[in-house]
Structures are given as C-alpha cells and as structure tokens.
Design a protein. Sequence first.
Length: 151
Amino acid sequence: MSDKKNIFDPEKISIIEFKMVKGQVDVPEDFETTIIAGHHVDNSLQLAFNLEEKLVKADFVIEIKTECKGTNIKEATGNFHLVFIYEVENLNELAKPNKKNLIELNPDLANAISSVTYSTSRGILLTRLQGTAFQSFVLPIINPNKLLHKT
C-alpha cells in the first residue's frame, strides 16, 4: 500500500465517540505515597474496522502499578480500558481487506490513530488520577508505532 501514502489527510479523521469502559484505582489502606520510586506500565492497543460506515475502533488498555522502596506491603494498581471511535472520511482508500480478509492499513493512518489515542488517553489519565496514589504519574511519551506491533 505504499502508493496510498499520498492520500492520507489527518483532517479527514474525527473522534466521534469516547467511552471509559473501565477506570479503577486500587490503593491499600496504609499505602505510603512518599516511597513511590516509579511506576510499571503495560498497555495494549487493538484496532477494529467497519469499512462500510468508515469507522475505526481503538481499544486501549492501560495497567499501572507503583514500584515502591520501603514499607508498603502491597503496591497500588490502576486499570483502565478506553474506547475511541473514529470516523475516517476516506477509510475505503486507506484500509483494504487482503486475500486473507485481513486489513491492510495505510501506515500514516495507523500512526495517527495510535498517536491520537495514546496522547488523548494521557490527558484523560492526568485528570482521573488526581487525588490518588498515582497523582504524579504521567503516561510516558513513546513511539506510537510500537503500540501497533505489540502482540
């Protein structure tokens, strides 16, 4: 699909729906936030397509765990599942089923969906985590293409 790169236009992408399917923070009762040394983050991004309606669904799951040095017996955890629905005006040109009925996706569109999903999730988490053991946590900046190649 290398000849399709020129038809990508980010202005033809719209977020038409957002849902927080899960938003959970678990903090042990006697948890001491001053000894948090860092955070461990796992995340995954799954894309689904409705080519007829020109829609892309991005399922983004984030798991956060504190890494403490000191007396905390258990770590604090955060689990989030965010769903974004995008409308892509020219999706029929950027995502086509191959002979195995798998979607061949324009790499620029894939990067844009991954980037917008991840960065918007960062902002959502910043607000949702205020007043919790994760209030100083910021979803780290990454190469959004790495989200697309996780198994």
